[in-house]
Each structure stands twice: as C-alpha cells, then as structure tokens.
Design a protein around this ligand. Structure first.
Ligand SMILES: *Cc1c(COP(=O)(O)O)cnc(C)c1O
Length: 357
C-alpha cells in the first residue's frame, strides 16, 4: 500500500474544545464540521467534538448522518435548505436551519411540517454573502415569528474581518442597532472572533478551524493559543535520485541543482490534496528533520531535498504537516490558508484514528 496516511488525533479535538470553551465560558459551542469535518472525516470530528452543544453542517445529508450515528445535540444547516423538500427531512430529524433569504421564508410558510423547526436568522453585515440587510432584518424575524412552522429563533451574523483590520466594531454595532427590541438568543463568532473579540461571544459561538488545531489568524500560530493539530499527514520516501549541478527535477524543470543534490521522491501529490502551487522551499520534515520541497508537485509524488539528511533513504518517514509542522506554515508558503489544505485531503488518503492521542 502507498505509505501516505492521515492520522486523526481524537485527543486533540477534546483538548482544542476545552481551549475554545475557556475563551468563551458563557457560550454554548457549535462545532463546525462542514466540509467533511474540515477534511478530518465528519464522524471522526463529531466523535472527537462530542462535548460540544451543537454541530454546524452544510447539507441535510450530513445532519441526517449525525443523527443516524446517535448525536443528539443541536445540528444547524449553515446555509439553510436549498430546496423546499429538505424542510420535512430537517423537521423529522430535528435539524435547525439558517434562514438567510426571503425565498427560504416563503418555503417555510408554504410547507406542511409535523414539527416546527428552530431557525437561525442571518443578517448581512457587510460581508455581502448571505443574509438579510440590516434594514430588512427585523421584518424577516417578525415574519418567521408569525410562521407556524418556526419554533425557536436565534439571531445570527458572520464577520468578514474578525481575523484582521478593521475588525468587528462596525458590523457589531450595526447588528446591535438592527436587533434592538428583538429578544432572542444570538450567535456571532467564528474562531477568529472567539479568540480576538470577546464582545462577540453571545449565546452560541461557532467554532471551526481552531477545533482542528489550526489558526484562524494569519501570523498567529495555533500553538500561541495552545491548540494541538488534529490531523497529521505523513508519507515516506519511495525513491532517491542523486543529481549534479545543472540537472533538474520534475515537470517543467522548475528546480535545477546548483550543487550535487540528493533528491527524495515522496508518495504524496496533488491528487492527495497537497497543493500543486507549493513553491520550491515549502517546508517538509524527513526523519523528523526540516527539509523542503523542490520542483513541481506532481499528481502522486513530490520531491524533497535530502542533501543535508544523509540518513534518509527509501522508506524514511515524511511529515507533510501536522504534529511537528503546522499546516499553517505549509499553507503560508503555498499562498493559501490551513483551511484549504485540510479540506483538500483527498478521499483516497487512508485515515487512521487515534482514540487516545
Ligand atoms: C465555516 C463557518 C464558521 C467557522 O469558521 P472558522 O473560521 O473555521 O471558525 C462559522 N460560521 C459560519 C457561518 C461558517 O460558515
């Protein structure tokens, strides 16, 4: 079998959840497990995070899968339903929905449900992705409050710049103004807001990336918050090439040796989710020692420089990211964020779950 492996550390989930909780002790935690649990496996993530009061997903199918697996917590569909026939499904399985658009209210008003749904009404505070504009918000909430298919209401928004300037002051003030007189629970904060803006904690926090042990804030490593990576992606060297000055490696000859160079070929490529745009010099660990990628990442393999790691050879262990090499460090070099790398881990990568890591 190819030596690539994603190891999921269940203990890291529990640890990270306790860190998140200590940041916002008054809030209930909605653990965001969309995108296959940020690439960790929906059920792996949900089991590790089963101490949370809720889970946030995208599709009704994920919600049903969580219910089938025995999870009794609040489950929230973050974009609500995409079609009216999902409403009875959500209702039967007690899945809460975001309502972000008047067409979703229309659906709720027309459908016949055996049990009313809990809804999270989303305001658009300048991100201009999903949600009601502030001036239309109270009206949407009143319409939902009058709808027989709606049970509990929670007020919600999402910040565009919780992790960077100009921060959350303006959208938060706008949210407060637009919800004056609406007495319902509130949910505002993603990971960056949880850690940087305590004034956003409210009734429900929606924690994603930091539960997986990666950072939501560029320039601040997850370790600064004592978070532990839940995923470690490893593989091994499957071939070694010794090349002379002037010789190149890989498609497009993107790396040409300036001196005698020992090149290791690693069983990991873009079809495993490793970013093809990772440049020469992207950090990798070989035998636990710092090395770097050279040449272009191919579909199933990538190249690393073994010149300064003479003990490395065929079979030597490689860590692409995780326990000893933050995914954010790799992501930054590759011009992206840890989120994207974690979510991109391909279904073909075998997963091992450590129960007591
Ligand atoms: C994905 C998502 C989150 C979680 O964001 P993180 O940055 O991963 O903590 C929270 N709220 C909404 C609406 C989301 O879509």
């Amino acid at each position: 079998m190819r030596p690539i492996l994603a190891t999921i550390d269940t203990g890291a989930f529990r640890h990270n959840l306790s860190i998140v909780r200590s940041q916002a002790p008054q809030s209930r935690v909605m653990a965001v497990v969309k995108a296959n649990g940020y690439g960790h496996g929906l059920l792996n993530a949900a089991r590790g995070l089963s101490g949370a009061e809720g889970f946030a997903v995208l599709g009704v199918e994920e919600g049903l899968q969580l219910r089938k697996s025995g999870f009794r917590q609040t489950i929230l569909m973050l974009e609500g339903v995409f079609a009216a026939d999902e409403l009875p499904q959500a209702s039967r399985s007690d899945i809460s929905i975001v309502v972000h658009h008047s067409t979703q209210i229309d659906m709720l008003e027309r459908v016949a449900l055996s049990k009313p749904l809990d809804v999270f009404v989303k305001m658009n505070n300048g991100m201009n992705r999903l949600g009601f504009k502030p001036e239309l918000y109270a009206q949407a909430v009143r319409r939902l409050a009058a709808c027989a298919n709606v049970s509990r209401i929670t007020l919600m928004t999402h910040f565009a710049t919780a992790d960077e300037a100009p921060g959350v002051n303006a959208p938060l003030a706008q949210f407060r103004r637009a919800t004056e007189g609406l007495h319902y629970p509130v949910s505002l904060a993603n990971s960056a807001a949880i850690f940087r803006h305590p004034e956003t904690h409210a009734d429900w926090i929606r924690a994603g990336i930091m539960l997986y042990g990666a950072s939501a804030v560029a320039g601040t490593p997850a370790s600064a918050y004592k978070l532990r990576p839940a995923m470690t992606l490893t593989s091994a060297i499957i071939a070694v090439q010794d090349i002379k000055p002037g010789e190149s490696v890989g498609y497009g000859n993107r790396f040409t040796a300036a001196k005698n160079t020992r090149v290791g070929i690693v069983a990991c490529g873009y079809a495993d989710g490793y970013p093809r745009h990772a440049p020469n010099g992207t950090p990798v660990l070989v035998c636990g020692k710092p090395s770097a990628t050279i040449g272009r990442v191919s579909m199933d393999m990538l190249f690393v420089d073994l010149t300064d790691i003479p003990e490395a050879g065929i079979g030597s262990p490689v860590e692409l990211w995780g326990r000893h090499l933050p995914v954010d460090t790799v992501a930054e070099k590759a011009g992206t964020i840890g989120y994207e790398l974690l979510c991109a881990v391909a279904p073909r990568v075998p997963v091992r779950v450590l129960e007591n890591g």
